[in-house]
Design a protein. Sequence first.
Length: 218
Amino acid sequence: MKFSILTIFPDLIYNYCQDSILGRAQSKELISVEAHNFRDFSINKHHTVDDKPFGGGAGMVLQVEPIYRCLENIGLVKNGKKIKESKTKIIIMDPDGKKFDQTMAKQFSKLDNLVIISGRYEGFDERVYKFVDDRVSVGDYVLAGGELPAMIITEAVARLLPGVLGNFESLKEETFENDIVEYPQYTRPENFMGLKVPKILLSGDHKKIGDWRKDQSR
Ligand SMILES: C[S@@+](CC[C@H](N)C(=O)[O-])C[C@H]1O[C@@H](n2cnc3c(N)ncnc32)[C@H](O)[C@@H]1O
């Protein structure tokens, strides 16, 4: 699966993605992550991508043109229209968007290409939204940019893909699966400063352990 991230800070994306699960998934060619700097598509000689809002007001607004031209360069828009691809989705990071959750992550994991546009400053010229499928928020708070939200979504989606996690089985019992949360887990030592592992987990009785875990999850 390919993740294409439009940003003016591509290094934030590449630095995060080079290690851990996302780094390994790229080495194994299970995913690819491409950061596209829409500043490269600015139409002015200073390479600016933002301007003052019409009608006045605080801050700067991201212009539609560099983002459109960047999408055009990667073959996603043409003649002012989105090019429909059934297994491609273009989402835009927006605190006012649909709240990202595990169900959305699962839907995205079925795609071939997830395109994520990340904003900065006061956000986007409203016309940018004409070229996207969905506005997505990672929560009810405002960050300085869309790169962290883009990484949250990339990681949550990538780890659902076969082969990305060392143990695919672990996905089955995770929080948000079957509308329950994961049961409490413990590892060595059995006793840490008087904080003891529940006896049942040391009993070796797999039936009882299974029942205890189900109960805890509920
Ligand atoms: C400073 S924010 C803009 C906030 C905007 N003026 C508003 O009031 O909604 C800059 C960019 O960061 C990203 N961003 C900030 N918070 C976000 C969130 N909770 N979820 C998704 N993206 C977010 C968006 O891409 C946004 O355009």
